[in-house]
Structures are given as C-alpha cells and as structure tokens.
Design a protein. Sequence first.
Lengths: 357, 293
Amino acid sequence: MRFLFKTDYDQDIRLFQHGGQMFWYGLLAVVLIAAPFLVSEYVLSQMQFVCIYAIVGLGLMLLVGYTGQISLGHAAFLAVGAYTEALLQSKGVPFVLSISCAALFAAAIGVIVGLPALRLKGIYLAIATLAFNVIVEEIITRWDAVTGGSRGMHLKAVQLFGYPLTSDASFYYLCLALTALACLALINILRSPTGRAFVAIRDSEISASCMGVNLAKYKTMSFALSAALTGVGGALYAHKVAFITPEQFTLLTSIELVTIVIIGGIGSLHGAVLGAAFIIVLPQLISMAKDFLPEGAPAAGVQSVVFGLILITFIIFEPLGLYGRWIKIRTYFQVFPFYRRGTFQRQRAYLKSERLR
Amino acid sequence: MLGQSLQLLFAGVAQGCVYALVALGFVLIYKATETVNFAQGDMMMLGAFFGLTAATILGWPYWATILFAITVMAVIGMGLERVVLRPVLGYPTFTVVMITIGIGYVIRGIVTMVPGWGTETHALPTPFGNGVVRIGGAVIAVEQIAVIGMTAALVAALFLFFRFAKLGVAMQATSQNQLAAYYMGIPVQRVNMMIWGLSAGVAAFGGILLAPVAFVHSNMGFIGLKAFPAAVLGGFGSVPGAIVGGLIIGIVESFAGFHLAEGFKDVAAYVVVLAVLLVRPSGIFGETVSKKV
C-alpha cells in the first residue's frame, strides 16, 4: 500500500499525485498516440466515437456529477454544436473559429437554460430541460431555410490550417487532442475555487450559499461550461457522421448521454471516459452475442432490453459505476487481506417529504 | 364558430383525460416514494397490449378486457417494485429515476419480441361505435364522451379510496413521512408496493382508454412524455393538479393543432410547461416550502 506523506499544501492540488500515476497515464498516452498504427480502421473509427462521447460525457459529468444539476436535454446542446459547425463550415469559416463558435453558441444557450435552473430543483429541472430538448428538436426540424429541416445537412472533412484531415488517423488525433484538452481543463477547473464551489452546491445548496457561494453565478456557469463542452462534442460528431438530421438529437440521445455518466460513475472524470467507451462498445457486444439468441428476435428490441437491463443492474449493484468498481478492486488489493464488504456502503436516508399534503 | 370551438374543446378534454390518467400514475408514485417513474408511459403501453390480447385473441367483452389489463398490470407493477425498486429505496432521487428509464427500455424491447404484439400497429375494438352527438352545431363522438365519463368515474373512485379507505390513508401517511409512518405501524415497504400496483393499474386503464383515439403500438409509451408536462403543470405531488394539468395540455394541444401552424401541436405542451415553470417553479398546485438544513 502506498502512503502519500504530504509536506506541502501544493501536493494536494498537484496534477499527478505520485510517480505511479504519472507512469500509467504516460503509458496510456503513448498507447493512444500509437493506436492508428496498431489497430484496424474499424476499431480506430470506434475510438473516434469514444473520444467524441467522452468530451460530451465530461461536459455532462461537470453538470450532473459535480454540480448536482439534472439535465435530460443535453442532446439539444449536441445539436446546437453540430448545426453551428455545419452552417459555419458551409460558409467557409476555418475550423478553429467554427468549433469555437459552436462551443460559444452552445454555452450561450446553456446560460439561457441555466437561468430557470436557478429556481427549479430536482425533477422540475429535469422536465424543463426535457421540454427544452423537444423544443430545440422541433425548431431544427421546422427552420427549413437554415437547417435543411428533416432533409439534414452534409459536412465536408475538417480543414485544419489549410490541411484537410481526410484520413481516419488525422481526425482521430484531432478528437484525441480535444479530449485530452477537455480533461485537463476540467481537472484544472475542479481543483480551483470554481470547482470547489460546484461540489459545494452539489452537496448542499444551503450550506454552499451560507459559505458565500453565489448560487446563481455558479449554477449558470456550470450549465454554460457543460453546454460548451457538449457543443464541441457536437461539432466533432457532425464531422464524424458527415450527415446530420434532427432525428439524431432526440430525447433518447439525451438519455443515452446521461447513461454515460451513470454507468461510468457519477462524480469522477474517469467515469465519463469509461462510460463513453462502454456505450460505444455495448452495441458491438450485443451483435456478437446475437448468435446465442433465439431466431427472429428483432435487433432493436434485443438492444433496448439489454441496454435497460444493464442500466438497472448497474444502479442496483454498482451505484458508483465502472470507475467505482475499479476503485473497489484497487482498494481490495491495497489493503489485502483486510478489505471489508461494507467499505463503500452508501448511506440510505428515510424519506421525509418537503410537501405538507 | 362557437360549435367548432366546443368540438375542439371536447376533443382536447378527451385527449387530456388520457394525459391526466398517465399523469395521475406519475403523481401517485411520486407522492409515495418521491420517485418519478419514467416508465409510466411504457406501463400504459403494456396495459394496452394486454387489453388487446384479451379483446382480439381471447375475444372477451370490453369490461372484462379492462379488468384483465388492470389486474395483470397491477401484479406487474407490484413485482417491479419488489424486484427492482426496493433494493434502491433510500438512494438519491436521480439514481431511482434512471432505474425507471431502464425499466422503460426493457418493457419497450420485450413488447417488440412477443409474438402477436411485435412492432405493428393494432386497433383495439370498442363497444361505443362511431356514433356522434350534436350539441349546438358541434359534432362530438360518443367515444370521446365515454372516455371523459370513464375517467371521471375512476378519479371519483380514487378520491373516495384516498379519503375513506384505510389503505388509502396509509398511503397518504407514507407519502408524507416514511419514518413516522413506520412508527405508526404502517408496513411502508408493502404500501409502496401497492402504490406501484395501483399506479400500474391506472396506467393500464389509460392505455385502454387511449385506444379509440390512437392505435396500440410499441412506441405509444412516448405519450408518457406528454403526460410529464401535465403532471408538472399541476405541480408534481398533487392529485387534482395532475387532472387539471392533463386537461390543460389536452385542450391547448387541440386548439394549437387547429389554429396554429403545423408543428406547434407537438411542442405546445412543452412551451406551456416551460412558461408555467418560469412563473411558478413548482407548478400550479405545487407548494413551495423552503428546505430545512
């Protein structure tokens, strides 16, 4: 077992806590950079999707996992990012500028959605974001002149500083770089006073405001940051699929995005990335398992059942998600043979309604 | 003009009754367990499919169909609570909401795999026929009047149940304070199970009532997403609120579909709910009580 003997306050906020972490993350970086030379084209294309979903997952994790605000409307931000990118690219705006615009525009919309969030709590917020998602989807479908309506929009390959990123490897590096940037940005935000304020709001709004946290400011900021990251993810997604229609950004997409956060493990950045990888790999696993299923079972039905069952099993048996499972395994070996089953037991609370009737 | 408005009003109220029934299912579960059941629409769909099986395959009369669907769904609802929801009792709200979303996925998937149900649309026969009633220039289908009447009867029955039956009062107590209810000797977990059964039964009833208005289909559960705004509009946790909210959404949709451009009908419900939430953050009948630390 490793003991961290802290002699300095800076040690608490250091990017890498100890040499072991630096080694493993370094190894991960090397493997990811070498990936285009190691894996097949198909796997590489899936890895691009993992990166894109990871960026969106990170954005959602900031909002759901760290600020404790529920959103069932993130597909709308994804759509805003994707359509902004598509429109600007068709106008000939360079990529660096257009993806920044996608992020900024999504953030602006995020502020608008965040404003009601100041008054709404829990389920009312979930419904408000859900309503927002449906309205955005309908606007995109009806605003034929700009968005092409349900006919959709085509996108060309990314042009970065004049070089077209047409090959799979180059687009993969772009996605990877943006994912790494997003991770670093969030790590830095979370160890700054801003991030601490987010966590304080999640744990108790009243305590946070008593400690001098400006609820309105930080909640809106969390929505804006989360939406901006989702917008970046949306822009990349649009380039990846090269053809976007309003049907790709429905409520079901929003739910899928929330699932990333839940399965990965609420309240950990690792979780967002792990959850994204899981969501992408799952359909492949299901199609591989199809041979063992009875004949004639419709693919969509099987997928929906498996997806639902996994969600339920995770929440009942592993409420901390994939990353939580890894923490448990790690702790098991670290404190071997003294691991207790109750180490990570969560507290249950008796329910006392705030309603009077 | 007046006759036309009256006609739209009736169509809206009939549609609103179905929303209200689904919203009622939401509210019942929410009141008792502080959980929003995102699978309510899918439970309604499952109930409609059971009704369809009884009516077309077994050839039972309409009233027996309703009883059959309600009974089967009540049992399924209780089973769901026992197997899936009870292990997460006392966990944060959002966790439980995600579990109900998972249940919805499973139900939708299973329905497409059952032979005879599948992904096709089915029509559920009703005994009301295609008759119409003319009131001052308005043409109102008998089916719509039947839907409104049956909803009213169910709501009245539920009201009496919650007001006078011992179990109903126990359910109210559980919804207010679980710990205090335990102290008073109420078996809270069993009451929760029964509330899930009751809610699933109400959902099945809604599913069958929807049948004259819409077809039975594996995706009809998405109507539950319209019932959300209804429940929120009235203030989650208020039974009269759910009914009023459902009726408002139904009427707004009916008028928006006729008077406004295409596309407004589908979003009208959500625009209304956003507007109401901006003014009253916990719905029309909801109470705002500041939280104690």
